[in-house]
Design a binder for this molecule. Structure first.
Ligand code: PLP
Length: 393
């Protein structure tokens, strides 16, 4: 089946249990799929754009209301939609960071946070995670003192991942933000793996910015995301344009330079909006997701020599496994080499593990049913059995 010549219809989640770390939270709801079809045309949300002309003021469809709802849901004061979490980082970095300024990141930060800092001319100062791969408030304090010694001033901004992409570990953003604020450092909570997955309360975390990814964690089309902030910081990052044309004397009203005026103008925004009621509901049931994750992890750990590198017990469904002592042993002698593992998973209807990976790899159990979790746990032990790997007794 093809969409057009050369473009095959994609059937991944329809045909298999997908455990791809980055994909599972972004799969569209049925309502979002309908929205995608209805609002696929360019600038489709602009039919009823009236003065003052700006995306977040449009009331039909209810875009203005959506902005208010998302802000309330995250317990923040102001929200804008952005084309991906990375564009949220970029807007904040561009607002807060001048050339040569030190910026706090962590040793588990995502590359897009680094690039946002780079684009603004900042210097990356990473808070090292501890041996358990957790970023602690003490390590943050030490790093800030180190930066002060080196630069003669504190960092101008901190990017702290709520749940990091490498281990899926949860970091104490609240305590880290408290430390940062003692030095007047604004804090951005990177919720790429949490906003839309589990409850996030910006005021309770005490952060200045919350960034979420629509296509990673809010069942929305790509590229989409949200940037939420406080009233105080909104005046800075959502400042309005002041430029005047020297020939025409034109001004551009309430357009915001960091948002380039308007951001998500069609299918991305309406997709995110259509999924939002479902997303609000699903974050309340994250405990069921963790239970499914526990079932799968238990199945994996039954295979002797397997280790889980993420914190235990799991606080998130994104999990890093080390199978050097188990599945990797088969790769040495198997005719398919390391590809036997992803290939065996594929034959059993499981997709999303990097082909060839048998040493250290990640999976995300988010969104599966209990039945699928039980089945997946069995798949791992079955592959072990088929390849002569012993199970723990
Ligand atoms: C995926 C990811 C991002 C990037 O999100 P986009 O919405 O694709 O820009 C940023 N940070 C972390 C921790 C991520 O996992």
């Amino acid at each position: 089946m093809r969409c057009a010549s050369g473009i095959e219809a994609r059937q991944v989640d329809e045909l298999a249990i997908n455990i791809d770390p980055i994909q599972v939270g972004g799969r569209l709801t049925g309502d979002a799929m309908k929205a995608v079809i209805a609002y696929g045309d360019g600038y489709s949300v602009c039919d009823n754009c009236r003065k003052p002309n700006r995306l977040d003021y449009i009331s039909k469809p209810p875009i203005a209301e959506f902005h208010k709802d998302v802000a309330a849901w995250l317990n923040m004061d102001a929200v804008r939609t952005v084309p991906g979490a990375r564009r949220g980082f970029q807007a904040v970095a561009h607002t807060c960071v001048q050339k040569g300024d030190p910026v706090l990141l962590t040793s588990l930060s995502h590359y897009t946070e680094f690039l946002a800092v780079e684009g603004a001319g900042g210097i990356a100062s990473e808070i090292p995670a501890n041996e358990q791969h957790i970023v602690t408030p003490d390590a943050a304090a030490l790093k800030i003192e180190e930066v002060k010694k080196q630069f003669g001033r504190a960092p101008v901004l901190a990017f702290i991942d709520h749940v990091d992409y490498q281990y899926g570990n949860m970091h104490d953003v609240k305590a880290i933000a408290k430390v940062c604020h003692q030095y007047d450092i604004p804090v951005l909570c990177n919720g790429a793996y949490t906003v839309g997955i589990l409850p996030v309360n910006g005021k309770d975390l005490g952060v200045d910015f919350v960034v979420g990814s629509g296509h990673k964690s809010m069942a929305a089309p790509a590229p989409s995301g949200i940037l939420a902030t406080t009233t105080e910081r909104a005046a800075e990052v959502f400042r309005t344009t002041a430029i005047i044309g020297d020939v025409t004397q034109r001004k551009f009203g309430i357009k915001e330079p960091e948002m380039m005026g308007c951001t998500l103008m069609g299918v991305t925004l309406i997709g995110m909006m259509a999924s939002f009621p479902h997303v609000k509901e699903r974050v309340k049931h994250f405990d069921c997701e963790l239970e499914n994750n526990r079932i799968v992890v238990d199945g994996l750990l039954l295979v002797e020599g397997t280790k889980i590198l993420s914190e235990m017990p799991r606080k998130h469904t994104l999990t890093r496994a080390d199978t050097i002592g188990s599945f990797d042993k088969v790769a040495e002698s198997h005719k398919k080499r390391g590809f036997y593992f992803s290939s065996a998973l594929g034959e059993k209807g499981v997709t999303g593990v990097i082909p060839g990976a048998t040493k250290v790899w990640k999976f995300n159990t988010y969104g599966m049913t209990r039945k699928q979790a039980l089945y997946l746990a069995e798949v791992f032990t079955d592959i072990a059995n088929e390849n002569g790997l012993p199970l723990r007794v």
